[in-house]
Ligand binder design. Structure first.
Ligand SMILES: [Fe+2]
Length: 274
């Protein structure tokens, strides 16, 4: 009986792990310029190349993103898994994820932030690999895309040196900002910040294992405020948070009722308050 229960759970986990979701979400942003209406933003995170993510899953997710042809791509960190097997040789082998990401292309650019695992591995090494894609690493920095739309990024909240104020420094009051942060808890540092209309994050993996019907996860990586559903969340009257469940897994190659995802966000102009 016990054996058959494990077999059933294992079977469900395996199926769920392999079935990649491709999410398409509209994100209404106040103040978005007319010329940026409908902008297609690709989002990928938490590849965790290594012990519990297969090359097949990672290459498949990247091929899906490539086929979607987004205008700008956001990479939210944890490119390689920093498990106890992270020898120099293993890290070199796991760097195939950066070779695979070189297949991506977006006319407005590819932007990245580092996650906690990128720091555990070696932030200098990861930044150098990202530059080969090429992706622009936003380490408490911002870049203006066009027509008042800005992409900003902060270093990892757990182990890096995050500085949202520095990332948003010198931006006009009427900028519309997409803020990249591996960890969605960056919202705790944005009180009163009206320029950030969208935070894009990963890190939680959606919990990896969720109990169906209860929609409860026994373990969600380091995100007390974000143990609930992932996806598009109304954060405040003026801000959304989008959390991707990511592509890989942590600790074990298991997902239950929580499939991996890649996401396409369509920015739209929010109707003005009446
Ligand atoms: Fe992760």
């Amino acid at each position: 009986m016990i054996l058959s229960s494990f077999t059933l759970v294992g079977g469900v986990a395996c199926v769920s792990t392999r079935r990649l979701e491709v999410l398409h979400k509209q994100v209404p942003l106040a103040g978005l310029a007319k010329r940026m209406d409908g902008l297609k933003v690709g989002v990928m995170s938490d590849f965790h190349a290594g012990a519990s993510a297969t090359r097949e899953n990672i290459f498949h997710a990247i091929s899906i993103m490539k086929a979607e042809k987004p205008e700008v791509i956001m990479l939210l960190g944890d490119f390689m898994d920093a498990d106890f097997l992270r020898t120099r040789k293993n890290i070199g082998e796991r760097a195939y994820v950066f070779d695979a990401l070189q297949g991506l292309n977006a006319p407005l650019g590819i932007y990245a932030v580092l996650g906690n695992h990128d720091h555990y591995i070696d932030q200098g090494f990861v930044k150098k690999e990202l530059s080969r894609i090429p992706a622009v690493v936003l380490d408490n920095q911002s870049v203006s895309l066009d027509n008042g739309l800005v992409v900003a990024g902060v270093d990892d909240l757990l182990i890096g040196r995050p500085n949202p104020q520095k990332a948003l420094k010198n931006l006009c009051q009427n900028s519309t900002v997409m803020l990249l942060s591996h960890n969605p808890n960056v919202n705790l540092h944005l009180e009163g910040e009206a320029r950030v209309g969208l935070v894009i994050s990963g890190h939680t993996h959606g919990g990896q294992i969720r109990i169906p019907l209860l929609n409860w996860a026994p373990w969600v990586p380091g995100s007390g405020r974000y143990k609930g559903p992932s996806g598009l969340i109304r954060e405040t009257k003026h801000r959304w948070t989008f959390i991707t469940k990511g592509i890989g897994t942590r600790l074990a190659p298991v997902r239950v009722a929580c499939p991996p995802d890649v996401a396409i966000l369509y920015l739209t102009r929010a109707k003005p308050d009446v």
